[in-house]
Design a protein around this ligand. Sequence first.
Ligand code: ADP
Ligand code: MG
Length: 702
Amino acid sequence: MVSSRPQRPLRRADVSSPPSADPSLSGLSKSTLARLAKLGIGSRFDLVLHLPLRYDDETRIYPIAEVPPGRDVAVEASVVEAHVKYRPRRQLVCHVSDGTSVLSLRFFNFYTSQLKQLAPGTRLRVFGEIRHGFFGAEMVHPRYRVVREDTPVAQSLTPIYPTTAGLTQDALRRLIGHALKTCDLDDTLPEATVAALALPRFREAARLLHNPPPAVPQAELQQRRHPAWRRIKFDELLAQQLSMRLHHRRRRSAGAPALHPADKLTRAFVSRLPFVLTRAQSRALADIRNDLGQPYPMQRLLQGDVGSGKTVVAALAALQCVENGYQVAVMAPTEILAEQHYRKFAAWLDDLGVPVTWLAGSLRQKERRAALARVERGAAMVAIGTHALLQDEVRFHSLGLAVIDEQHRFGVHQRLALRMKGTQENRREQLHQLMMSATPIPRTLAMSYYADLDVSVIDELPPGRTPVATRLIGEARRDEVIRRVRDACVAGSQAYWVCPLIEESEALQLKTALDTYERLALTFPELKVGLVHGRMKGEEKTRVMQAFADGAIQLLVATTVIEVGVDVPNATLMVIEHAERMGLAQLHQLRGRVGRGAAASTCILLYANPLSDGARERLKIIYENQDGFEVARHDLRLRGPGELLGARQSGMPLLRFADLASDADLLDAARGTAESLLRDAPAAARAHLARWLGARAELLKA
Ligand code: ADP
Ligand code: MG
């Protein structure tokens, strides 16, 4: 009977019960609204999408004598007697019997009125787990209600919802039940689309998930693989794809200076490079050159593993912009990295007569004012720096391209702020953006969160690199590690020693770095040891990094400030202390600092026992995987997209239901459907977006 409900055809009642025109939660008390808001519920449709965490099965009543052990079950029994006991602790004890056996119910929090309610002979339906203790079978704090002999047994599983203090499950169930009756649950998708998906209709899916018939296997619900769950996830992914595509279209309708390849500077540049571009670099460059020539803004993400050679591609993009008389801003997340870019760009471009300017927070007033003036006059064609570039006083003469390295380290707002720098008062044009990332984003993530970006991938390392050998070594074998460092440096190589990460306190982090440095300077009296950490002044940092790059320092003790971008090809050994404390992306980035030259390199991960399960798994993954994309895939699996993207800070809407690691097939389907809806059924696309985004639609416009 009821189990056939999800598949039944539409009935008149469904069609004619008019969906309420008012989608709001009007009529509810202020305090209820506040509690719902805490759960992220602001409309009746949000209630429909407030899906259960799990279900209780009260559809089957067990005889007490036959209750299976170890799980929550329903029994029905009559009260024999109830009393309040004060020892060892105040409690209400109620003995019940169903003829097969007796059972004690024990409550530690109760109202005195409950005692009256539990008069002998009262029939109860009780739900909980039976334990067999010293006093026989008992349930502690079961859920119960008073029933009559003919009170019908539940016909569907009882949903248990995520909730918040002051909002009971019963209250939520009532609100959601009402929403299910009054909301418009008609399918937003055309009939043919639904049929092709082989998934239930939205209405059926929503109803089933809130009130599943007992025949539905609980495991399928729990693991969210039931077709009803898949339909909800599909709809969510479709909404995401649609909004991203619309965003993409809007961008195409904005103007930007068309920067046609002029080739004079670029050809000269390429002919002076000591190497030829890899095929992957050339392919990425071709994408970028084409984009820059369009009269609408480029937004391209250049992805490539650490050491794949993104910088030179960015420099070539910058030249194309400069050739057209427009300025370029290059922004990096740390001063060390920005400075390194500055050196590289200056070395490359000065020769060609392209003026490059350094703009960071640590500049002295006078130098800073001079740099700002050059940028504003247009005398500096390329400005390189940290987020200092975003400040109001930085005004460009004619900014055409922004290059953002390690883009995931910047929030959406910072990227927007940079984009605004290109908007001149008398021009409505936006600038082109090239974003770079060495934290490769798995395909599923790129397709969903970055659907608005065009992506180029450098999937090949420059020739002649030997892969980095990774070693896992326990603290107890420290001596061996010290020997290896000495051997490497004596043989003419250089090494990094990365200090343990102390997340709790910056002061402690600094102390640890200083201690490590002192200890290692004593351990290696014959080596020149240097230290670089995050609290150092910019100039000092530069001095140390330069000394290391020049070979004047052999062993560089460093905090994770060297995680991004540092490029010293003669460094072939890296030791990471307490590697078990670091995340996968961080370890991969750090390891990428070695293996940049032709010599074989090693990365030693020193760890301290005992290892947590998570740490053990991370170390195993980093040990077994060289490819950054593989590492990122595991990272996604372990941490989820929010952590990986820093999406919470950057304001990107996260997926609530779909899981990019396990629902890749649905994502593919949603992409296809989004495309065909926008082409063939724009009204359906609009309806779908309106349903899913509601008030959140605004967020996506950023
Ligand atoms: P990343 O992609 O990590 O930013 P970089 O741009 O810093 O990598 O490049 C890493 C190193 O490889 C640099 O020393 C760079 O000069 C060198 N490099 C870049 N492209 C090539 C190439 N095609 N052949 C040889 N070396 C290259
Ligand atoms: Mg780089």
